[in-house]
Structures are given as C-alpha cells and as structure tokens.
Design a protein around this ligand. Structure first.
Ligand code: ZN
Ligand code: ZN
Ligand code: ZN
Length: 142
C-alpha cells in the first residue's frame, strides 16, 4: 500500500505552485508535463474518469470482460480517455493493478525495481524532474 499515505491534492498543489510562480519558464513547462503524469500515476484516486459502456452508457469496471448491463464486450470499446491495455490479453487495465485481472499477467515490477526520490524515498518516474511528494528537484539544468 505505497500510495495510502498520499493526500491526493498535496503533491499536485506543489507542482501547481511551480507552474505558477517559478521564474524558470522551461521548468514551469516541465512541471506541467509532470503534473499530468502525477495525476495519471495517482490513478483512480485523482481521476474523475469513470469508463462508461459505449453502447448503453452505464458505468463499467475495467476488471469486467463484458458490460453487466447490456453484454457488450469491453475490450473492443473506445473510451474518451486513454486507458492502458494489458500487453498480454489486450484488455483494459487499471494503473493500480500489479497483475492483469483478466489473464493474470504481471503488469508491474516489484517495489525493488522502482526508482525513488533521494530526498523522501517515495517511488518516482524516471521522466519526472521534480519530486511531486516533497518538491525535490530530481534533475537540474545542465
Ligand atoms: Zn452496456
Ligand atoms: Zn491480461
Ligand atoms: Zn521526494
């Protein structure tokens, strides 16, 4: 449960601060890109997006194979928001899954392989330039 301690808005507002007040324009732009990635990384906790069945419009779960209301196959639906697919079975998957709910394929490496912020030790993505949790600058300008 590595994300349980996160307060959804906290790290995002830190990035927002950088976007609004940092005098470095390049950094501001980078922070904006990072913010999008952070929102994605926080997954359903932060996203308000709920996939809807494209044929009957009722809310569906990415763990289902078929819509429980109309029976349409979820795998073949096209959603407004980009949703990751399992590389093994091609079904839609959730960011938080370590294994695919459809076929059991391993989706994420174990914790040990995860990059961590040198300051707060929380998991980070290699492309991030600012740690969204503590504001530590992971990459400095050359
Ligand atoms: Zn349906
Ligand atoms: Zn799968
Ligand atoms: Zn940090």
């Amino acid at each position: 449960m590595e994300t349980s301690a996160l307060q959804g808005g906290e790290e995002v507002s830190l990035l927002n601060q950088t976007i609004e007040y940092d005098p470095d324009e390049i950094l501001r732009r980078e922070a904006m890109i990072t913010l999008e990635k952070v929102k994605k990384a926080l997954g359903t906790k932060f996203s308000t997006f709920v996939p809807l069945c494209t044929s009957c419009n009722s809310p569906i779960d990415l763990g289902w194979n078929f819509c429980t209301n109309c029976g349409a196959e979820i795998k073949n639906m096209k959603f407004e928001e980009e949703i990751a697919k399992c590389p093994n079975c091609n079904n839609y998957i959730s960011d938080s899954w370590k294994h695919c709910a459809h076929c059991g394929a391993k989706l994420k490496e174990e914790e040990e392989a995860v990059l961590r912020c040198p300051n707060c030790k929380r998991p980070i993505q290699p492309e991030w330039i600012i740690c969204p949790y503590c504001g530590y600058r992971l990459k400095r300008k050359p």
